[in-house]
Design a protein around this ligand. Structure first.
Ligand SMILES: [Zn+2]
Ligand SMILES: [Zn+2]
Length: 289
């Protein structure tokens, strides 16, 4: 970051508006970096969703699973996230994606690295790191894939904290076959199929037998993670783990239809379609891609 770039950046924190004490390559203040919302309480052992207290499993061998994971076990081993998709986290991801605040990827990538570190006990030491891709038209429009930026920054951090891990970034492994399109007017079954066939593996021989770490910025209903994991499993992946920077908190876990038929944020952005599943998010304005 040269002097000219610094001079062009605002002297106020992008997230809270407080004045920055010094020019920085990332216009986010120190206190904001420490105040990202984190998840608390019991979580689902598979997808990481917050569990309501009565849904906790008991007994020595019991595994606490959310309703969605009990009804339809996901094709990934486990999904972890750093924090919740709200408040400062939401603003920071927005700044990265839409305001192209690329330097923020470094700090956010470190947070993602902390989430990935939670997998240390169970994930293999050697994994192929696959960012969830954007469709090529979206990629052309945005100019970069935020999941790839976050993955690259996280790997850089993990090389220092976990030198024993051999993680290889493989950002062209997975392809998104469809641009974001409306799911309005589709039957629940059509929606599921629509989500299911959204990804393809470019070179199955590169994936066969490999352990995969799938990376995305946000985990919402999990439909994207499930769909991408399925494509990787079909290509012969030995296992798929999922790590995201943030996750949306689902507030109506008991609604099967909300989980299975709600349009995933990644896969739709039409007003008609986004209005429909809004009730399953803790916040009304769900992420749009
Ligand atoms: Zn701030
Ligand atoms: Zn779950």
């Amino acid at each position: 970051m040269d002097a000219l770039s610094c001079a062009l950046l605002p002297a106020f924190c992008t997230l809270c508006g407080s004045p920055l004490p010094q020019l920085s390559s990332v216009p986010i203040c120190d206190s904001c970096w420490t105040e990202f919302p984190v998840q608390s309480g019991p979580v689902c052992a598979r997808c990481g969703d917050t569990l309501a207290a009565p849904m906790q499993a008991s007994g020595p061998n019991a595994t606490a699973l959310c309703r969605a994971c009990r009804l339809a076990p996901p094709p990934f081993v486990r999904a972890v996230a750093f924090g919740l998709y709200q408040d400062r986290m939401k603003a920071a991801i927005h700044a990265l994606k839409y305001d192209r605040l690329h330097p923020a990827a470094h700090g956010l990538g470190k947070m993602l690295a902390q989430a990935i570190a939670h997998l240390a006990a169970e994930a293999p030491a050697e994994m192929l790191v696959v960012p969830v891709p954007l469709h090529r038209s979206k990629h052309a429009e945005r100019g970069f894939n935020q999941a790839r930026s976050l993955a690259a920054a996280a790997l850089e951090a993990l090389r220092k904290t976990h030198p024993e891990w051999r993680l290889t970034l493989a950002s062209s492994t997975l392809m998104r076959l469809r641009a974001t399109e409306s799911q309005a007017g589709l039957t629940p079954r059509q929606r599921r199929l629509n989500v299911r066939a959204a990804f393809s593996v470019s070179d199955p021989t590169a994936v066969a037998g490999k352990h995969i770490l799938l990376i995305d910025d946000i985990f919402t209903t999990g439909a994207t993670a499930r769909s991408a994991s399925q494509a990787l499993a079909r290509a012969g992946a030995a296992s798929v783990f999922v790590a995201t920077l943030a996750r949306a908190r689902l507030v109506h876990q008991s609604s099967r239809s909300a989980f299975f038929d709600g349009a995933e944020d990644n896969l739709t952005n039409s007003p008609a379609a986004t209005a429909q599943p809004a009730s399953i998010y803790s916040s009304q304005d769900q992420p749009s891609f």
